[in-house]
Write a protein that binds this ligand. Sequence first.
Ligand code: ATP
Ligand code: MG
Length: 289
Amino acid sequence: MTMTDQKVIDVQNVNFSYSKTPFLKDISFSVNKGEIFGFLGPSGAGKSTLQKVLTGICTNYEGSATILGVESKDHSKDFYEKIGVDFEFPSLFEKLTARENLKYFASLYSGEKRDIDELLREVGLYEHADKKVSAFSKGMKSRLNFIKSLVHDPEVLFLDEPTSGLDPNNSKIMKDLIRKEKEKGKTIILTTHNMQDATELCDRVVFIVNGQMKALDTPHNFIMSRGAVRVTYTYLENGVERTVSTILSNISCDEILRKLIEENRITSIHSAEPTLNDIFIEITGTHLD
Ligand SMILES: Nc1ncnc2c1ncn2[C@@H]1O[C@H](COP(=O)(O)OP(=O)(O)OP(=O)(O)O)[C@@H](O)[C@H]1O
Ligand SMILES: [Mg+2]
């Protein structure tokens, strides 16, 4: 298989506007098979809009956006056999039960389906399978909406804020499931403004602000290439605890630290890398939330 074969998503010079004012500006990137690719940016940046371009919902864009070789705006019906979309806002039938919802959505696809009970079990909803969705909490709806995008076992997944509104336990379950899909070779676009999720899950992330790409790299490269690792140490001086913070590369010439170590007066020492959030602010000048 060549590198070109592995390109599942290819976006070249995409421009899009809802009104006369241009919104998405000159977006270009590609995503390889089996990658988790993150869209990271503050509210209103255009993350969901870009997902709508890629999933054939917003079709009046300029440039090219191909998914599995199909130009998104020219897609035919079977486009949706191969992609799964977990929309930002759950779209479920409130008067139907969880199982009825999944059965209904599965019936819209022609290929092999996944086992509905197993999907329900995986997100902890099996016990609630026969309850009406109207009685579901926000987090339960999010989890159901997520497995709804998996029923037809798609090659490419578009997940828009899948962990939003979930408690830490359910958020972990969701993240494990996303990793499991990646292990199966699925290609995943993950939209988030949670930099922790992006760092944990994504192979690469693109920073989006005001409809523009500001930077694209792996979380590791972002964290290591920008901003220095800091070392913070505390020591006792005349019974009073003092804290000093310095840059890791400076500690070899830190005479105070050398002396404190010799005199065995250090009470604690730790190092901290900048977070993806710090880097985002450094590069874009904007906060994530
Ligand atoms: N259907 C629409 N018609 C007109 N403007 C829209 C429409 N949908 C979104 N917008 C505008 O496009 C901009 C980007 O919205 P989008 O939903 O893509 O942002 P986002 O990055 O996903 O934000 P969030 O993190 O809040 O979900 C916003 O200013 C929004 O008001
Ligand atoms: Mg959004």
